[in-house]
Ligand binder design. Sequence first.
Ligand code: AMP
Length: 592
Amino acid sequence: MESAAGAESNGEHEIIGWFEDVSENTGYVQTQTLCRILELNSGVEYLKKWLGDINVQEMEASALESLYTSLVPLASHADLETYIQRIADGDTSPILTNQPITTLSLSSGTTEGRQKYVPFTRHSSQTTLQIFQLAAAYRSRVYPITPGRRILEFIYSSKQFKTKGGLIAGTATTHYFASEEFKIKQEKTKSFTCSPEEVISSGDYKQSTYCHLLLGLHFHDEVEFITSTFAYSIVQAFRTFEELWRNICSDIREGIVSSRISLPKVRKAVSDIISPNPGLASWIEASCKELEDKDWFGLIPKLWPNAKYVYSIMTGSMQPYLKKLRHYAGDLPLVSADYGSTESWIGANIDPSSPPENVTFAVIPTFSYFEFIPLYRQNQNCSSSIDDFIEDEPVPLSQVKIGQEYEIVLTTFTGLYRYRLGDVVEVAGFHKGTPKLNFICRRKLILTVNIDKNTEKDLQSVVEVGSQLLGKTKAELVDFTSHADLVKQPGHYIIYWEIKGEADDKVLSECCNEMDACFVDQGYIVSRKTHSIGPLELCIVERGTFKKILDHFIGKGAALSQFKTPRCTADEVLLRILNVCTIKRFHSTAYG
Ligand code: AMP
């Protein structure tokens, strides 16, 4: 085994050097990236419709860029749906790309309750490998790790299935974990995952979680860091551990996998790795008893003493899990992972020591052609049916301004042209010529009854303030969602909370009032004052409700690796689960 890495390896040096180069002259790099995309896909049906028969190869690069942005319209997923559906149904003509598309990914359906197909190509896995290597190189400058050791990764593939036309469909993470690039990443970053492929792709997230924990403990002194795609999965895994640690201990003691692991392939793969280890089992048992007395504070450094940090996406809709993650991580640094989507990777966290609350993402200008729609908060009197932003004309990456909010527009190698991603970002600064973005929220307005407009971020802030009152008791917020109830008049907001521990009704009622009073949107305040929006309702759901919601999505093909609890829902099945599981209701008296 090599000695602890102090000096940067050649590979790390090389990839950082490459990124420094491409961030130098982003205007040029972006124009070249667009030309390359258009050359590769010249003559495809979608582009022909807008660009006609122009000869892309013969045009000067910046003239082509101007022509492209003036002739090809901005598009949403709905505009591309019929094209993608034809691909899914087996039409192999060049519709969106010249390269045949053999795989489709499922993207962000959890927020809207419906999953969307997005083309996936080899390029998608290659950029995943590239951004992971880049981020790992920057991380190892700040938190060097010992090469050749392990990562405890809470990663999960969902089931892949075939579309009507025979294409493989699944989540982007699923495709990536099954790809050659996932293996190459381990070799290149010299860090190996604790769990074998059979565990990652078991298709049963409960069995996978159990095995990840078991194997993570088996290799406990080799683990250099702990990670998952989204922070939710780490929190979910350690909540499971609080309940099941005795079983895991006994498996380690006996060297026999618990009967709760029923999938033969998984049983075999894990059994081949573990062997009886009473010494380790006794140490885990003693550690867990100590941890239980501290409500599991510092669980990660206690059980994985050589772990250097915890690494995962902790921004956006993952922020509500940060508090619990910090609790488990004790004094270990939390490093927020990169920013991307099924459609394209966007930016890397190149300042790993910055706390997750302040993290920014440096855009990688070779991954896609990026445009930015400037967004301005509307003055209170204007009303828009979409949300509370006014839009300006899109600008190229090289023209974004610090402090300005934008919606991201992508033109990708996988055949999306001027595609609105629906994410709101703010430019926080620059790394050389490339912007560093703050993720703000999903653009889609989530809570609205009449003239009120509240985004996911607004809701998150309100819930954060409201749940602080739980600190008065021994309870903590596990998860939450919301719904704008328009059935009863006047319409009102319902916020659903799952809590762990006991909180008396007086405190919960205060939480309810506090949240109602904390929405700062003028539309909401005015409507509440005039009673055109009814009192906010807080519903407490029984323990395990959000697990049922997770199971519902997993059943529909979502993967735990990409799961994000929907923060607002109008989905009938979900509302039924929430309402059946509601055990207490409170109505705000904040506005009298
Ligand atoms: P999906 O393609 O289903 O995995 O979801 C992609 C979406 O997840 C993005 O459009 C963002 O809204 C969100 N997302 C991805 N990475 C981050 C990040 N680092 N911080 C906040 N939100 C993120």
